[in-house]
Design a protein. Structure first.
Length: 304
C-alpha cells in the first residue's frame, strides 16, 4: 500500500479512536442542530464510524486552539472554561466555553469557515447561536459572568483569503430568546419519542432537519447517517416553479461547470509558465514563491 494511503488510513483510525467518537454525548454544540441527531443520542442509538477523514473539523480545531492562545496571551481572556448550564426544562448541559472576557462580561466563540461570504449574507447557524447562548447562561448561573452578559461569535476564514474577521454580537435578551428556542426544540424531541414509545412508529425520522447530501458530506459524516437514510429514496419535497428561481438554479449549475473547466484550463496554462519571471507589456508581473516542491505562481497587475 502506498505511504499516502497508509497515512490516510491512520488519520481515519486516529479520529475514530477518539473517546467522543466512541460515545456521543449531548452538549451545547448539538442542541441547535438536527433534532433527529439529538433524539438518537438521547435513546442511545447505534453509531457508525466515519468513512472520511474530517479535514475541515481538524483544521478548525487547530485554528480555534490558536485563537484561544492569542486571546489568553494578548487579551487577558480565560479559555476553555468548564461550564454547566441548567435549562428551564431542568436539563443540565456541560461543555467548555472557548473564550471568556471577565472585564467585558462577555463570551466569545471562535468559528472557522471556508470563506465568510455565506455567513455575512445569511448570518450564523442556529447551532452556533444556541451553543454560545447556553455557554453564556451557564457562566452567569455559575457567577463567572453577571446577568446582562453579551455573547460574540467571531468567524475566521480558514482558507486565508479574508483577513478581516466577522463578528456577530448577541444581547442578553437575544441570548434568552435562543434558550427558549432550545427548550422548544427539546420538547419536540421528547414528544416524538413518547409517540414512538407508544407504538406510533410513523413519527420516526420526522425530526430530521438535514438532508443526505449534508449528512454524508466528508465534512460531517454524521454517526447516524445510515440509520436515518440507508435505503431511502429521498428527494426534496418542494417543487420549484418560480421562473426566476429556476433560471438561477440552472445558471448556478452552468457556472459551476464553467468554474471547473476554467480551473482545469488554468492549471494547463500554469505549466507553461513554470520558470517564467518578468513583466508583460500590459503590466502583468509574473513571479514565483514557495519551495521547489510546492512552487506558488503569482500574476499581478503592476504599473506599465
Amino acid at each position: 500500500m502506498p505511504l499516502a494511503d497508509r497515512f490516510l488510513q491512520a488519520l481515519k483510525d486516529f479520529e475514530n479512536a477518539k473517546p467522543r467518537n466512541k460515545q456521543v454525548r449531548l452538549g451545547p454544540s448539538e442542541l441547535g442542530g438536527c433534532r433527529e441527531y439529538v433524539r438518537n443520542v438521547m435513546v442511545g442509538a447505534p453509531m457508525q464510524e466515519a468513512d472520511e477523514w474530517p479535514t475541515a473539523a481538524v483544521v478548525g480545531t487547530l485554528l480555534g486552539t490558536h485563537l484561544e492562545t492569542v486571546a489568553e496571551q494578548y487579551m487577558g481572556a480565560l479559555t476553555e472554561v468548564p461550564v454547566t448550564a441548567s435549562l428551564p426544562n431542568g436539563l443540565k448541559v456541560s461543555g467548555h466555553a472557548d473564550i471568556v472576557l471577565i472585564d467585558e462580561n462577555a463570551v466569545v466563540d471562535a468559528k472557522s469557515k471556508d470563506g465568510l461570504y455565506a455567513t455575512r449574507r445569511e448570518g450564523p447557524s442556529l447551532e452556533n447561536l444556541i451553543q454560545i447562548s447556553v455557554y453564556t447562561v451557564g457562566l452567569v448561573q455559575a457567577g463567572v459572568l453577571s446577568e446582562g452578559a453579551t455573547a460574540h461569535l467571531i468567524y475566521v476564514d480558514r482558507a486565508g483569503n479574508e483577513q478581516e474577521l466577522h463578528e456577530v454580537e448577541l444581547s442578553w435578551e437575544t441570548i434568552l430568546d435562543f434558550i427558549d428556542k432550545c427548550v422548544e426544540r427539546l420538547d419536540e424531541v421528547v414528544q416524538v419519542q413518547e409517540m414512538i414509545d407508544q407504538g406510533d412508529v410513523q413519527y420516526a425520522r420526522t425530526l430530521r432537519d438535514k438532508t443526505p447530501p449534508f449528512c454524508y458530506s466528508p465534512k460531517v459524516m454524521c454517526p447516524f447517517r445510515d440509520l436515518c437514510w440507508k435505503g431511502s429514496e429521498w428527494v426534496p419535497d418542494e417543487d420549484i416553479t418560480d421562473e426566476d428561481t429556476i433560471t438561477a438554479v440552472e445558471l448556478y449549475d452552468a457556472l459551476r461547470a464553467e468554474v471547473k473547466a476554467a480551473t482545469e484550463a488554468k492549471d494547463k496554462v500554469r505549466e507553461k509558465l513554470i520558470g517564467v519571471s518578468g513583466k508583460t507589456p500590459g503590466g502583468l508581473a509574473v513571479t514565483w514563491a514557495g519551495s521547489e516542491k510546492r512552487p506558488m505562481l503569482y500574476v499581478t497587475q503592476v504599473k506599465k
